[in-house]
Write a protein that binds this ligand. Structure first.
Ligand code: GUN
Ligand code: ZN
Length: 434
């Protein structure tokens, strides 16, 4: 039959590359009066409204978003924990105490499929409200948490990456597996979910201190058997954690050695945080094809440290943005960009607004090897996009009206913005917000 067509007119921004520290104008397309044409859930055309409108079928209704609304690809969150939704903003302590006191007790409840589905449903609503259309997600140690999460996101047609946590030591029994059961469950979940509709699996060792060497070895074996599956973990977040890794793995010269020895550094591997690394570790991590998930609201909340943007660029370590909820304190990638900007400032570094918006869209897609499907308005990509309305708060409207410059408008959007700005989220061309 005929493809189902829809058209959206408004201001429009997307990236074809990294604009870098100097706002490279060839890396993005900004149209004050743009038009997005969608056929069967995919981008069919993207360009100036004046050029595209005459080419549309006469009877096609064009959704007019107006000059105060910016259409852009949906945000991509490269690292977030769905079971931690109900303990966000718990604490006042640093990583290891925070895990023991708040995280593990909350995650223990995800052995129950009904509970996992209930929280996943709220979590996904919250992602949609914040304009995040794809995320790479930690579940809990329980296979039911993955079945609950993937079941819910599949029903909603979302592109998501997730996996069961592997954790066989240094944690309560209620959230512990064994090297054998972890491997069995992971292999079964890959068979059940990886490549089904828009879903992909991530092998998810929590971090080195909560896995035995037998478990890390098994994670590496599974990864070798499934080169197209993701690997997702944490690295070098906190000084207490790093000292603990040295004790637990006395043969290692540093934290990165542990993941390297077990074959866990490669393309499609994401390590959250990557704060306290040597220049050589950053270079090796980057050369392996793995990427870092920069999680500023979490790093500031847990007092972990500052992500070094310049050192990562110099080392060729690719990175993208992540909320890391519930260590992170917001589901909003706009809030995350604002905190990333301040983290750069604290080190005398720069994170220009254009680069921040790149990192939250195409940069995230590239980190996850999904740039041929999501992250930009490239023709053929899946039409997951958002509408940001800067008239939703009086201050924002006033500040945006005070400048004509795109970089200044974007900086105001990310410094002042949050979920109130997200007027609509579209998944495969369909509006999902009430
Ligand atoms: N390191 C190991 N587990 C976690 C977690 O759940 N959150 C954060 N921020 N760091 C971790
Ligand atoms: Zn995390």
């Amino acid at each position: 039959g005929l493809p189902s067509l829809s058209a959206h007119r408004g201001a429009l921004l997307h990236f074809s590359g990294d604009p870098g520290p100097d706002d490279d104008a060839t890396a993005y397309q900004y149209l004050e009066d743009g038009l997005l044409l969608i056929a069967d859930g995919r981008i069919a055309a993207c360009g100036p409204a004046a050029a595209l409108l005459p080419t549309l079928p006469r009877d096609l209704a064009v959704t007019q978003h107006g000059a105060q609304r910016l259409l852009m690809p949906g945000f991509i969150d490269t690292h977030i924990h769905f079971p931690q939704t109900d303990m966000i903003a718990s604490g006042g302590r640093q990583l290891l105490d925070w895990l023991n006191d708040y995280t593990f007790p909350v995650e223990a409840r995800f052995a129950d499929l009904a509970h996992a589905r209930d929280v996943a449903s709220f979590f996904v609503d919250e992602l949609m409200r914040n304009g995040t259309t794809t995320a790479q997600v930690f579940c809990s140690v329980h296979a039911a948490s993955v079945d609950g999460f993937f079941g819910v996101v599949r029903e909603r047609g979302l592109r998501m990456i997730a996996g069961k946590v592997l954790m066989d030591r240094n944690c309560p029994d209620s959230v512990r597996d064994t090297a054998e059961s972890g491997e069995r469950d992971t292999r079964a979940l890959i068979e059940r979910w990886h490549g089904v509709d828009r879903l992909a699996y991530a092998i998810t060792p929590r971090f080195a201190p909560t896995s035995t060497e037998a478990q890390l070895d098994s994670a590496g074996r599974i990864a070798r058997d499934h080169p197209d599956v993701y690997i997702h973990s944490h690295l070098a977040e906190n000084h207490g954690e790093i000292a603990w890794v040295r004790q637990l793995f006395p043969w290692s010269a540093g934290y990165l050695d542990v993941y390297e020895r077990y074959g866990l550094l490669r393309e499609r591997a994401t390590y959250a945080h990557c704060l306290h690394l040597s220049a050589d570790e950053r270079r090796r991590l980057g050369a392996s094809g793995a990427c870092a998930a920069c999680s500023p609201t979490s790093n500031l909340y847990l007092g972990s440290g500052l992500f070094d943007f310049d050192a990562s660029d110099a080392a060729g370590l690719r990175y993208a943005l992540a909320t890391d909820v519930g260590g992170g304190t917001s589901f909003s990638q706009l809030r995350t960009m604002a905190e990333a900007y301040k983290v750069a400032q604290m080190q005398g570094q720069r994170l220009p607004a254009l680069r921040a918006f790149y990192l939250a869209t195409l940069g995230g897609a590239r980190a996850l090897h999904l740039q041929d499907r999501i992250g930009s308005f490239r023709v053929g990509n899946e039409a997951d996009f958002i509408v940001l309305d800067w008239s939703t708060t009086p201050l924002m409207q006033r500040r945006i009206a005070a400048t004509q410059r795109l970089d200044e408008k974007l900086l105001a959007l990310m410094m002042l913005g949050d979920d109130r700005l997200v007027a609509q989220t579209y998944i495969l061309g369909q509006a999902v917000l009430p």
